[in-house]
Design a protein around this ligand. Structure first.
Ligand code: GLU
Length: 280
């Protein structure tokens, strides 16, 4: 069994990260498996070396060890490009130059109420879907044509959920047409690879058999299974864990610096205190 903790170095690790990392390390130890750290630094603007160094420091302090060298997504671009090329060969990609304002304008037309949202926010209305890859211009994003992608895969997408013990999850692939839409796989302007693509490529390349991560990502999992099918990659098991909340019941985010592990440490907390705080 191989599991992993995959933080983005865009801020301090907080109690929610500590829970995720400790849980993954505990699960690996209990199974006689391996625990990996992976640095998800695809957002070049927000990722900082000092936050990456702090991740290592916090994990060491928590008593969590992992093999070196640690993979960084910023060093994996050729693997993601190869995955994009495969999807392109299958005719599943198209270039898109729409910015946020244009997408909003296209969505706000006659519908009532809020436009539908997916794992990446607003569902793209498909304005550029008719464009071909031959007509890709510098600065264009690349989107997955979800209707074609769904036609190219099995009718049902399945994965095993260990987190709440609910077992095999089965979702109609067609639900992704309205539930996710034509997601971006390479971003506009920067060409940065999207998380959804990088995560499935890396989990497979590292031989991850159990993905341990927060429940906030369980909605994105059918999309990840779809990408695994299209790319011929295995689907790991998933352990989506509960989210750690602050005193007001809000999910912790990077901006919750008050809950940063480093601050607990400076105030004299021990790793055992952190375990107790997150309910381990
Ligand atoms: N890099 C993601 C984050 O920091 C985690 C992704 C994952 O575990 O699949 O939220």
């Amino acid at each position: 069994m191989i599991t992993r903790f995959a933080p983005s170095p865009t801020g301090p690790l907080h109690l929610g990260h500590a829970y995720s990392a400790l849980l993954g390390a505990d699960l690996a130890r209990a199974a006689g498996g391996q625990f990996l750290l992976r640095i998800e630094d695809l957002d070049r603007e927000r990722s900082k070396p000092e936050w990456e160094a702090a991740i290592h420091e916090d994990l060491r302090w928590l008593g969590i060890d992992y093999p070196r060298p640690v993979w960084r997504q910023s060093e994996r671009l050729p693997a993601y490009e190869a995955a994009l090329a495969r999807l392109d060969e299958m005719g599943l990609l198209y270039p898109c130059g729409c910015n946020r304002a244009e997408i909003r304008a296209a969505l706000s037309a006659p519908q009532e109420g809020d436009p539908p949202h997916g794992p990446d926010g607003l569902i793209y209305p498909g304005t550029c879907r008719h464009r071909s890859m031959a007509d890709r211009r510098p600065g264009d994003a690349l989107r997955l044509d979800i209707q074609k992608a769904v036609q190219a895969t099995a009718k049902y997408l399945e994965f095993t959920e260990d987190g709440d013990g609910s077992g095999v999850q089965r979702r109609a692939a067609a639900d992704l047409i309205t539930g996710a839409g034509d997601i971006v796989l390479a971003r506009r302007q920067t060409g940065a690879i999207a998380y959804h693509l990088a995560v499935v490529v890396d989990d497979a390349a590292q031989g991850v058999t159990l993905v341990t991560r927060g429940r906030d990502l369980s909605d994105a999992t059918p999309l990840h299974v779809l990408l695994q099918h299209l790319l011929g990659l295995p689907t790991p098991r998933y352990h989506h864990h509960r989210l750690i909340r602050d005193a007001q019941g809000k999910r912790l985010a990077k901006r919750h610096d008050a809950e940063a592990i480093q601050l607990y440490r400076e105030r004299g907390a021990t790793p055992q205190d952190i375990r107790a705080l997150v309910g381990l």
